[in-house]
Design a protein around this ligand. Sequence first.
Ligand code: HAM
Length: 420
Amino acid sequence: MNDLLPDQSALWQYFEGTVQALMQRYGYAEIRTPIVEQTALFARSIGEVTDIVEKEMYTFEDRNGDSLTLRPEGTASCVRAAMEHGLLHNQTQRLWYQGPMFRHERPQKGRYRQFHQVGLEAFGLEGPDIDAEVILLTARLWQELGLYDHVTLELNSLGSNEARAAYRDKLVAYFEQHRDQLDEDSLRRLSSNPLRILDSKNPDMAPMLADAPRLMDHLDAASREHFEGLTALLEAAGIDYVINPRLVRGLDYYCRTVFEWTTTALGSQGTVCAGGRYDGLVEQLGGKPIPAVGFAMGIERLILLLETLELVPEAALGELDLYVLPMDDDATARAMLLAERLRSELPELRVQLHCGGGSFKSRIKKADRSGARLALLLGEDELAQGRATLKFLREEREQLSLDQDALAETLATLVSGEHA
Ligand code: HAM
């Protein structure tokens, strides 16, 4: 679990701001749910025999003896809240959320015990059009962040529950024939969750897995048509994808479409966004059947990717533009008013006022340490003449003496030039 320190927060805000704007532009409304839920909610939705529920949840008893769990993901909470507040009665809902999630996994680069997701869930829409639209939303995000050429869309269909059950039998029969090649983890999964064996990263099993029966070849007709509908829409929109017949996902609620956006730039934790359709979940949790599709992305991984690929824009560095420096205590009040005026006139400008007095030398040192590009000096002479001295802290450039009334205009051009 990590602290998010000040030198990182501007980048997080840039990322979160970009996603939030995008969600609004696609007509999604934010939902915020509690960080804890009844443990049974996750067991019933994610699945009893998944890694998350078996090994990774932070579960505790509260003072009443109720079993609660820190949410390991957002979909179950979102469905619970939507059902509880009647948001799913004969209507569609497009919801998004963000926040911390908790999984007791082995930590490594890109994998943490408290991590953060942004996700969305669309309820009440059955056709492949909505699957395509949520994928287009993510593709637009990659484009806006400069990541599009660094991620790959992997797609699969898990078919209907019936088709998957029939396929599962075939797969188990195949694995039984090759039992001697299964590792310990896979042997354990053989009876509980054999589809997850397909997801194994064990290189010794790779040739055997490559020849395993493919779910894609055992889809029911309706799921096949749905999947073809999705790929046709993606092609029409110019979105490249690869079909990964072994993409099965680690949560049990999925059916039909599943997808992941992956990158090779982050090592083994390369999935930056993942989701799919879960048409059976609402009914399974006690509601009327209603189709649904969604995804979540890992914010830490995307931040890491932006940094690794050096795609952090200037504005996301969070640096100050201007340090306003009264040169002695007599100038404090006027400097403060001038800083306030500049904040009114230039709302985008990041202005810090020197506070705490000190000698002239120490004031200049603090201006330099502030990281600002510019300092505005106000001393006796400047005040007498209604002027201010603009000093360039990061470049060899003559300082400027400016009329206080002309300051905003000069600063606007200097700063917009830099952010462009
Ligand atoms: P998930 O695949 O478990 O799906 O997680 C989604 C994303 O969260 C992953 O692709 C990854 O980027 C990030 N993530 C997961 N675990 C960690 C971790 N320990 N550390 C850092 N990042 C992590 C879900 O959570 C589903 N609820 C997605 C969904 C929404 N499906 C339908 N709607």
